[in-house]
Design a protein around this ligand. Structure first.
Ligand SMILES: Nc1nc2c(ncn2[C@@H]2O[C@H](COP(=O)(O)OP(=O)(O)OP(=O)(O)O)[C@@H](O)[C@H]2O)c(=O)[nH]1
Ligand SMILES: [Zn+2]
Length: 382
């Protein structure tokens, strides 16, 4: 059975195209079909004993107890058996997977997911799809048919444990791919260095401002998660674009440093899901609850890539520009010494006030100054 990572990456591409994948462990084989992009015509092919695998965040939204029957700490996936829920119907599946209303009767049937089902959910999240998949345990003729499609190259077979570890395959050994001098309006002596994750799925950029020998003893550092809407188009729904530009000019005025532009759009849920979350927010939910309706936790970001990039740049001590205590904790857990934090704000407006308040109240971001004094620049903090 294949255990190598590259099957996982290929499976992710198939899943993003709506093609099912077979996950195998020692005894079982399950067919997984992402709910996102599922055509009603495919439902007929899936057997009546299909299950819907969702995250424990999603189960909580449906009205279930996310801790009940949890297979092990850290296991995020739960199985909703569909057999007793009536015929497979796309609208009903979508209500279960990302509808805003609770479904207590379905939630009460939730069971802990198998290894393969945990792998299915991990792949959905790595593929930046809605974290929900239809799964069918393959037995008898269905299993033989699936093996024939795998042999013909039509479907991929992936080891279930390798699927569970699909986030780990991105960690360590980032490749430094290319770099160039890019003079920025607010920091003329800047260089962009592109790093690629080992599984090839994501790329991150280090913007190095000024000369490294000027940065001692601690390097001014910004970790910036991608936000297409804010960074590029100046969306008023968030503060990202202004934070990005303020970070560049602050680092320049501090004598140079590094900005890591991380491929973590939408706090790690991807742009498609962030747009879905915005629509849910327009219906009244805050930023945390909207993500949870879609099946995500408060914040899906990891900072392992950032730690690796700092390692490649030989940076161990930093002065971090952030209001997010989690970024400080993650760097320190990765062995980077954060000697000082410096606040970094965008401007408060009528569109982002609720978002920033929710970040402060629900995720512990240190935004008192901007929420209460309408400051628009950064300030040093201890
Ligand atoms: N899921 C989701 N993501 C959002 C929303 N608004 C902004 N984002 C994303 O949130 C992330 C913000 O990134 P950062 O500014 O680096 O981080 P931060 O957690 O705000 O912490 P700071 O360092 O204090 O700025 C970006 O990836 C945005 O795309 C939202 O409503 N929902
Ligand atoms: Zn933003």
């Amino acid at each position: 059975m294949p255990r190598t990572g590259h099957h996982v990456e290929r499976a992710i591409f198939d899943l993003r195209r709506g093609v099912p994948v077979v996950l195998q462990d020692a005894d079982t084989a399950i067919l997984i079909q992402p709910l996102e992009g599922l055509q009603a015509s495919r439902l007929g092919e899936l057997q009546a004993d299909a299950s819907l695998v969702v995250s424990r965040h999603r189960l909580a939204v449906l009205g279930g107890d996310p801790e009940r029957g949890r297979a092990a700490p850290g296991v995020e996936a739960m199985r909703l058996p569909l057999g007793s829920c009536g015929p497979l119907d796309l609208a009903r599946l979508e209500r279960l997977a990302f509808g805003a209303q609770p479904e207590p009767r379905a939630a009460a049937l939730a069971q802990p997911a198998s290894v393969g089902e945990c792998g299915a959910l991990a792949l959905m999240r790595r593929a930046l799809l809605i974290p929900a998949a239809l799964t069918v345990t393959l037995t008898g003729e269905a299993r033989e048919l699936a093996q024939a499609r795998i042999a013909a190259g039509e479907w991929l077979s992936v080891d279930a444990e390798a699927a569970i570890g699909c986030f780990d395959s991105a960690a360590g050994m980032l490749t430094r791919v290319s770099d160039a001098r890019i003079p920025l309006a607010d920091a003329p002596e800047s260089r962009f260095i592109l790093f690629r994750e080992p599984d090839g799925l994501r790329e991150h950029v280090a913007v190095v401002i000024g000369e490294q020998h000027d940065w001692q003893p601690a390097v001014p550092l910004r970790l910036h998660s991608a936000c297409l809407t804010g960074d590029l188009f100046g969306s008023l729904r968030c503060d990202c674009g202004e934070q990005l530009r303020n970070a560049v000019s602050d680092i320049e005025s501090m004598g140079g440093g590094v900005l890591l532009y991380l491929a973590q759009e939408g706090r790690g849920i991807g742009l498609a899901n962030k747009l879905r979350a915005y629509t849910l927010q327009d219906g009244g939910l805050d930023t945390v609850d909207a993500d949870q309706v879609l099946g995500f936790g408060d914040d899906e970001r990891h900072y392992r890539a950032a730690v690796d990039m700092l390692g490649a740049l030989q940076i161990q001590r930093v002065q971090l520009l952030t209001n997010n205590p989690q970024k400080i904790a993650s760097l320190e857990a990765g062995g980077i010494e954060v000697v000082e934090r410096q606040a970094l704000y965008g401007r408060l407006n009528d569109h982002n006030r609720r978002y920033l308040s929710a970040k402060a109240e629900r995720a512990g971001h240190l935004l008192d100054d901007v929420l209460h004094a309408d400051s628009s620049r950064s300030s040093a903090c201890k």
